[in-house]
Design a protein around this ligand. Structure first.
Ligand code: OAD
Length: 254
């Protein structure tokens, strides 16, 4: 069932399901941070991959070829994110999490905005752009780097530091994979928000949850590969629909 962008009234059956379900798995993507001014990746005009070449900036090979180019591009993204504030979508998810303690929030976003809005135990599927780690030894670096080097050197082994994000061709952190798979297995509700559902393994979580019997809900102003199989498609922005969901859950539990 698709609900239109002109209303944020939840279908009654969905509202009931959301109120009664305890085990939620929420997967978020860059669309959730769009209203905070953080660019998405694949939107046609404004997405990062419309303007920049992922192969030159977001792979280990790109870093080996030109570490300064890659470092500077991530520094630019960090400056955008440092200026961004969580939006009503982030705050609503934090509130839903406080009302549904068994909710697991898995994010593909590296911007830390869910945590800044108050969400706890966020599963960072693609890492966090604020942290750095050594390209050679993997040691996590201090967040305050007292150097102008681009990139700086690892204090432990002298290798080059890189952002602690998952690049194309790299594995998802094992703990994040396990937490997400476990949550998919038991989920009563799977909520996909602001993601093009195009990048695996994150995109496979919806199917895993559906096989386990979860009600699959998508929030997105565009159709994605998930839309056809979702039980409910809420057509519109995360910053409209998530506060509506938080309000429904709040009414239901109060
Ligand atoms: P995409 O840019 O692929 O998709 C963003 C999705 O958000 C699209 O489906 C949009 O329609 C939707 N969207 C845009 N504005 C929205 C809004 N206000 N509310 C709700 N939805 C909105 O970004 P992701 O799916 O997050 O990985 O991309 C997944 C991964 O691919 C990223 O983590 C990144 C990227 O390459 C790596 O860098 C490894």
């Amino acid at each position: 069932m698709t609900s239109s962008p002109t209303t944020t009234t939840l279908p009654g059956e969905l509202a009931e399901c959301l109120v009664s379900a305890e085990r939620w798995l929420v997967l978020t993507g860059s669309g959730v941070s769009a209203a905070s001014g953080v660019p998405t990746f694949r939107d046609a005009q404004t997405g990062l991959w419309a303007k920049y070449d992922a192969e030159s900036l977001a792979t280990p090979e790109a870093f080996e070829r030109n570490p300064t180019l890659v470092w500077d591009w991530y520094e630019w993204r960090r400056s955008l994110i440092a200026r961004a504030e969580p939006n009503p979508a982030h705050f609503a998810l934090a509130e839903i999490g406080s009302m549904k303690p068994e909710l697991t929030l898995v994010t593909q976003n590296v911007d830390g905005l869910h945590q800044r809005a108050g969400s706890e135990a966020v599963v960072e599927f693609h890492g966090n752009i604020v942290r750095n780690k050594c390209f050679d030894c993997g040691a996590i670096a201090d967040s305050e780097l007292d150097t102008d080097a681009r990139p700086p050197a690892c204090a432990r082994c002298g290798g080059l530091l890189r952002p602690d994000v998952v690049w194309f061709g790299e594995s998802i952190p094992q703990a994040a994979l396990e937490a997400a798979a476990k949550a998919a297995y038991v989920a009563e509700v799977f909520l996909s928000v602001g993601t093009a559902a195009a990048v695996y393994p994150a995109a496979g979580l919806a199917q895993a949850a559906a096989v386990g019997g979860a009600t699959v809900v998508e929030i997105n102003p565009e159709r994605t590969p998930l839309s056809a199989s979702a039980d409910y498609v809420l057509d519109g922005s995360a910053a409209s629909w998530l506060p509506a969901i938080a309000a429904a859950v709040r009414r239901g539990v109060s």
